[in-house]
Design a protein around this ligand. Structure first.
Ligand code: SF4
Ligand code: SF4
Length: 189
């Protein structure tokens, strides 16, 4: 459904002064300040074990992100110790930032061996826009958006992660895997 912005809104002189909005902003900020302050005092005095505050003391405390969160994309490492990736290159093509680089490896045609795998699989997080297209394009459930967003560095070159750095055991990606299955089933992928 199209949504049109009404640009012909007539404001009163009181609204045009912005005083109500300034007061409203100050009220919200002060309310959070005092709720945080009074939520901290019982903990500080040892009367409560938990602080009743909104803020998180990062990095000592971490936020648990929901499965829908799109942190850095990672590669799934199967329980047999091999990457789930078959180096088909679909994620590389789907990536709008061109930050995935794959060199495929394949066996000589022997049976009961892994047919294809990524010899090299790099993602440059300095370029990645965390869009999730790679995850969506993958036919093998081999690449997933993780809940890890701690990738800031002083050297951009170190933000290019190799296959070994990208691999994460599937057990650690369980929530995201279930979430994507539900999401893509819903949209009939
Ligand atoms: S999240 Fe988007 S930008 Fe990042 S590697 Fe995947 S497709 Fe590329
Ligand atoms: S991660 Fe998925 S889409 Fe990308 S190369 Fe591997 S199997 Fe193909």
């Amino acid at each position: 459904m199209a949504y049109y912005v009404n640009r012909n809104v007539k404001m009163t002189w009181w609204e045009r002064s912005y005083i109500p909005e300034i007061l409203r902003g100050m009220y919200i900020t002060s309310r959070h300040f005092f709720l945080n302050l009074f939520g901290f005092i019982p903990f500080f005095l040892g009367r409560k074990k938990e602080r009743e505050i909104f803020t998180v003391y990062y990095p000592e405390e971490m936020v648990k992100y929901p499965p829908a969160y799109r942190g850095r994309p990672v590669l799934a490492l199967n329980e047999n110790g091999h990457p789930a990736c078959v180096a088909c290159g679909l994620c590389e093509i789907a990536c709008p930032a061109y930050c995935i680089h794959i060199d495929p490896g394949c066996n000589s045609g022997k049976q009961n061996e892994i047919e294809r795998w990524p010899e090299k699989f790099d993602i440059d997080y300095a370029v990645c826009i965390f869009c999730g297209n790679c995850e969506e394009a993958c036919p093998e459930e081999a690449i997933f958006m993780s809940d890890d967003c701690e990738i800031s560095m002083l050297d951009r070159k170190k933000m290019r992660y190799t296959k070994e750095q990208l691999l994460v055991p599937v057990a650690e990606l369980k929530d995201r895997i279930e979430f994507t299955r539900k999401m893509y089933a819903k949209w009939n992928y």
